[in-house]
Design a protein around this ligand. Structure first.
Ligand code: SAH
Length: 390
């Protein structure tokens, strides 16, 4: 254990300490706080790790490499939870979306996108998003809070429960890749995202390699270097426009970190090579960013950056202020980028029928005003009073 690995405190009401989302040293510290001798705490933490992240176990009673006495003691002080899936929707194309409810009642969504012999999980990093990108449904949400590491890694655990992939299969997994492309801006919640991804990458547990993880950002420039240095995961950039005047409007974080600074941070992303390129995501919006001139400017911008381009047909949502570009415009755009030497596939929309496609995620979490809360309380009291016998 290192100095500074503090044990998560048991709540005053005696509620169990959640082990999900803790680092190994934090688990060890929690065990010591629960009375385990310091000498064996590290080994016990590794054993627990194996049960939690390799076998997907939530029940201390089945953790048979630990003594019966210890298992019983653990069960009274700790828990291994999951977010609650309050909805589980399946698209006609196999895409599956879970609406997750966390302990405080707030909600976020998480999407599994299966392919023939593998699959990606699209993971959320926040409830809502502060970025207000004009074409993104999540950007219209009122409430925003960061998810913690347990809530982020919990999405992976829950998906694996549903896909029946415990213990961790070595190959042929349907949850083989992770994309941090759900609700929220992962680089505005970097510490918790990093903690969760380190757990996901750990070889003795879920063991999804950094090469199979992609973090997508709208361009939080000061955090990009750290993301590469500390996690080494693939980077995707939600570029969507090649001129600052347009990007300022559709991806407003551009006003803070303009295209030139963003491209500079990309060019120096740690670990970048022709074998490990940055993905530039580009949503095709009719009459906004989809001309051949835009495509040529994109090619110019990418010079010197090992890159691939992902063209995303705009996915509509109720009240969206844009339309998708025509097939013809998308094809022309793609040809220009491709002929300049960049891979430029058009992303097939998945799960549109269940509002699970890129940019369609939104949960009902809203910020309630004090007046709303008082009104709800009054209504509840009135209902309770009405239910009383006269
Ligand atoms: N905040 C991060 C993570 C979200 S990733 C980021 O911006 O990268 C979600 C991806 O879907 C982003 O590339 C986003 O720009 C894109 N997107 C948002 N709304 C969309 C829509 N309506 N249609 C298609 N793609 C959309």
């Amino acid at each position: 254990m290192r100095v500074g690995d503090r044990a998560p405190q048991q709540a005053a009401d005696g509620a169990p300490v959640e082990l999900l989302g803790l680092t190994r040293p934090e688990i060890a510290a929690a065990l010591v706080a629960a009375g385990e001798v310091e000498k064996s705490a590290r080994m016990r933490a590794s054993q627990l790790w194996h049960w939690i992240y390799y076998r997907g176990s939530r029940d201390f009673a089945e953790m048979t490499t630990l003594s019966k006495e210890l298992r019983e003691r653990l069960a009274t002080r700790f828990s291994v939870g999951r977010p609650v899936a309050s909805k589980d929707l399946q698209s006609t194309d196999g895409t599956r979306k879970w609406l997750l409810k966390f302990a405080d009642g707030e909600e976020a969504e998480c999407v599994h996108i299966p392919e023939e012999d593998r699959g990606a999980l699209c993971v959320s990093s926040q409830v809502g998003c502060t970025l207000t990108c004009k074409f993104c449904h999540t950007g219209t949400m009122k409430l925003v809070r960061n998810l913690n590491a347990a809530e982020i890694v919990g999405q992976v655990m829950l998906a694996r429960d549903h896909l029946n992939e415990w213990p961790s299969p070595p190959d042929g997994r349907m949850l083989s890749n992770i994309v941090m492309m759900g609700m929220g801006e992962p680089l505005y919640n970097f510490d918790q995202v990093a903690k969760a991804l380190k757990i996901v990458m750990d070889n003795e547990g879920i063991a999804i390699s950094k090469r199979r993880i992609t973090l997508s950002t709208a361009g939080v420039v000061p955090m990009i270097e750290r993301c590469g240095a500390e996690l080494g995961v693939n980077l995707a950039i939600s570029l969507h426009a090649v001129r600052d005047d347009i990007r300022d409007v559709i991806v407003p974080i551009n006003r803070k970190y303009p295209i030139r600074e963003l491209m500079q941070a990309c060019a120096t992303y740690p670990g970048l090579s022709n074998a490990r390129r940055i993905t530039f995501e580009y949503v095709m919006l009719k009459g906004v960013n989809d001309t051949p001139a835009d495509a040529k400017e994109l090619v110019r911008l990418l010079k010197g950056v090992p890159a691939k381009v992902n063209l995303i047909p705009f996915n509509a949502w109720p009240g969206a202020p844009y339309e998708c570009s025509s097939d013809e415009a998308i094809r022309k755009f793609s040809d220009i980028v491709f002929n300049a030497g960049y891979s430029s596939p058009v992303r097939t929309p998945r799960g549109r029928d269940i509002m699970a496609a890129c940019g369609q995620l939104k949960s009902a979490s809203v910020k309630r005003s004090k007046a709303d809360i008082l009104r709800e309380q009054a209504a509840k009291e009135a209902a309770a009073a009405a239910a009383l016998p006269a």
